[in-house]
Design a binder for this molecule. Structure first.
Ligand code: ASP
Ligand code: MG
Length: 451
């Protein structure tokens, strides 16, 4: 299929947080006539409130949270010239939210949670269409659940690409010919029509999935930072913007905690070789980062990522000495508990590993359950260490270069490194440090590798 000129633009929660932010985002959309499909997150703060409601709240708290949601959305309506009709629609949504929240207070379920939290994106998209309408821009609201078909793993659903592609062809493509289409990120539906979500921060992923199905020219991710940086500028103010970065490098960064992109976002883009742009809707003139197939002279060290709240499991078994099959048993148990492992190191009598928390469920439940610990303990002695941080150095051909170890670890002398993974990937070198040291480690490394 030949690529079209179409651009899919996604705006995050802060880009649709209020009336002014929505208007700035509308400016960005209108500045490029190739932008035909707009994917939105919920207004900032709304999803968190909806998740809390879905956990089941006492009537008083429930009322307070509903008020807060209403307040955020009404503040947008109040700035519209003719807000009456849209206010009725938002009120209907809020009634639904109230009813579902009451249900959640009696019995929570993951399916109910997804139904409830989907209202954030449903409301932001309705409001955005209205903002455009008052600016005399014709646009059409589209319920993305008609095309984002997923499995029924509520809270962290996975897309069914074949179904999604054919639904996009039938239902979405024809509309894009005549109108600018505004739709929701984050949400989808399973085969019985029940609402699902792709995991927190999943709107980026939605945009990429739609971009792939439409063979878009580019996927634009508009957020509140003008691109991808050598590390989080809040931790290291001297961090530099990266103008161009490869899919592999950006995917490593996202997986290892750089908050700019949802980790799954780049999968569809890589599969179909669609460049992804990341920029700030607050300051579009500042430009941003292009993530694409190739970049000129990729450097040895590209960026530093930091992921907090890591749990390290160390499994000790004397039976492992000269034994066969211990790893198989451990991994079978982990797989049965639906856990994917992130980092791993082994010795003759023990294994140390961290749990993969990428794309955690919408409710943010802990992966390390009592049931899992009990089962592992029947096999070996289990040690659990919490509150560690994972520092990842992202780069190119790291495992082929000489002196990497000295350059990195030479400056980290004052710190206790709990685990080091190097060699499996030529794009990263990662290690764990105590949570309290993480920022200092990142600052020290940034200064030595990037300044
Ligand atoms: N609104 C959802 C969340 O807060 C999805 C997103 O923002 O991408 O997780
Ligand atoms: Mg978001």
């Amino acid at each position: 299929m030949s690529q079209s000129t179409l651009i899919v633009a996604k705006f995050g929660g802060t880009s649709v947080a209020n009336f002014d932010a929505m208007n700035r985002s509308a400016d960005v959309v209108l500045a490029d006539s190739n932008v035909r499909l707009v994917v939105l997150s919920a207004s900032a703060g709304i999803t968190n409130l909806l998740v809390s409601l879905a956990e089941g709240q006492q009537p008083e708290q429930r009322a307070a949270m509903l008020d807060e949601i209403r307040h955020i959305q009404y503040a947008i309506i109040d700035r519209l010239q003719h807000g009456d009709i849209i206010r009725e629609e938002i009120d209907r949504m809020l009634d639904n939210v109230a009813m579902l929240s009451e249900g959640a207070a009696l019995a929570t379920s993951t399916a109910l949670t997804d139904e409830l939290v989907s209202h954030g994106e449903l409301m932001s998209t309705l409001l955005f269409v209205e903002v455009l309408r008052e600016r005399h821009v014709a646009s059409e609201w589209f319920d993305v659940r008609k095309v984002i078909r997923t499995n029924d793993r509520f809270g962290r659903a996975e897309p069914d690409m074949a179904a999604l592609t054919s639904l996009v062809d039938q239902q979405l493509k024809p509309r894009l010919r005549d109108a600018l289409v505004i739709t929701q990120g984050f949400i989808g539906s399973e085969s019985k029509g029940r609402t699902t979500t792709l995991g927190r921060g999943g709107s980026d992923y939605s945009a990429a999935l739609l971009g792939e199905a439409l063979q878009a020219q580019r996927i634009d991710i508009w957020t509140d930072v003008p691109g991808i940086y050598t590390t989080d500028p809040r931790v290291v103010p001297s961090a530099k913007r990266i103008d161009e970065i490869t899919f592999e490098e950006a995917a490593e960064m996202a997986t290892f905690g750089a908050k700019v992109l949802h980790p799954a976002t780049l999968l569809p883009a890589v599969r179909s070789d669609i460049p992804v742009f990341v920029g700030s809707s607050k300051d579009p003139a500042a430009g941003g980062t292009i993530v694409c197939n190739q970049s000129e002279n990729p450097p040895l060290f590209r960026a530093l990522a930091l992921r907090r709240k890591q749990t390290l499991l160390t499994l000790h078994s004397l039976n492992m000495l000269h034994a066969r099959g211990f790893l198989v048993e451990v991994f079978t148990i982990l797989a049965r508990h639906d856990i994917s492992v992130d980092l791993i190191t082994t010795s003759e009598v023990s294994i140390a590993l961290t749990l993969d928390t990428t794309g955690s469920t919408s409710t943010g439940g802990s992966l390390l359950t009592q049931a899992l610990l009990t089962e592992l303990s029947s096999l070996c002695r289990v040690e659990v260490e919490e509150n560690l941080a994972l520092v990842a150095i992202i780069g190119n051909k790291l495992s082929q270069a000489c002196g990497v170890g000295k350059e990195v670890f030479g400056v980290l002398e004052p710190f206790n490194l709990r685990l080091i993974c190097y060699g499996a990937s030529s794009y990263n070198l990662c290690f764990l440090v105590p949570g309290g040291d993480a920022e200092q480690v990142v600052r020290t490394l940034h200064q030595n590798l990037f300044e």
